[in-house]
Design a protein around this ligand. Structure first.
Ligand SMILES: O=C(O)c1cc(=O)[nH]c(=O)n1[C@@H]1O[C@H](COP(=O)(O)O)[C@@H](O)[C@H]1O
Length: 237
């Protein structure tokens, strides 16, 4: 069976907390996991490489953003860990994105560009960041920079996926955080969608953190999300 496209964000301060959660997936089929910088800075690269060996698919979310040469060297170091997806910021611009792509030695590592964070809303974009477009247009602009730099896809909210799928030439992956099943707390997220809506709009991967990690039964919430995803996919056949 294909691995469900639901990526569990391991936003934890240490390895022990991750192991406690992952103990609920004790069968051979391992889920997708996301390692962000809270965990990466705490556990280091060896832990990530170890998880890959144990059979997890790994989304390394380090959101690289620097001058082109520095990002390229970072990609070279991180590719050696064997991770499946690595993030960088689309707002670093085409030269940075192209340098990252050139540094990668194999297409097995997908490079995914973060557009506008799902914690950004219209008010913040216009009045704080000084970007005068709609959030959706800004996401599309960043996605189009990523596409023309031949990056594999973007992180965006589920609200922009339909336009990306319609306007950006495939193949182009959409990885969607800000996922909230009905009735769950939104926390600091602004542009949220349900698992059903994200998949219906065409999302390739869902990133889910607190709805799973803070749940009383994390595995149960994960399975409910996987079920929602499968139902939408079956209805699309
Ligand atoms: O790059 C990401 O994964 C990311 C981009 C974005 O725009 N919004 C976003 O929430 N994320 C990540 O997705 C996860 C969402 O976590 P929850 O809000 O707890 O589901 C966090 O680990 C964030 O770092």
């Amino acid at each position: 069976m294909n691995r469900p496209p639901v990526i569990i964000a391991l936003d934890f301060p240490d390895a022990a907390s991750c192991e406690a959660l992952l103990a609920q997936w004790n069968e051979q089929a391992k889920p997708w996991i996301k390692v962000g910088y809270q965990l990466f800075y705490a556990v280091g690269p060896a832990w990530v490489a170890q998880k890959k060996e144990e059979g997890y698919s790994i989304f390394l979310d380090l959101k690289l953003h620097d001058i082109p040469n520095t990002v390229a060297q970072g990609v070279k170091s991180l590719e050696r860990l064997g991770v499946d997806i690595l993030t960088l910021h689309a707002s670093g611009g085409s030269k940075m994105l192209e340098a990252a792509l050139e540094a990668r030695t194999s297409e097995r590592l997908k490079l995914i560009a973060v557009t506008q964070l799902t914690s950004t809303d219209q008010q913040m974009l216009n009045h704080e960041l000084g970007i005068k477009s709609s959030v959706e247009d800004s996401v599309l602009q960043l996605a189009s920079i990523a596409r023309s730099s031949k990056i594999d896809g973007v992180v965006c909210s589920g609200q922009e996926v339909t336009r990306i799928k319609n306007e950006i030439e495939p193949p182009f992956l959409t990885v969607v955080p800000g996922i909230r099943p009905k009735g769950h707390d939104t926390h600091d997220q602004k542009r949220i969608v349900t698992p059903t809506d994200a998949i219906h709009n065409g999302a390739d991967y869902l990133v889910v953190g607190r709805p799973i990690s803070k749940a009383r039964s994390p595995r149960q919430v994960y399975e409910q999300i996987v079920q929602e995803v499968q139902e939408v996919k079956e209805s699309q056949i």
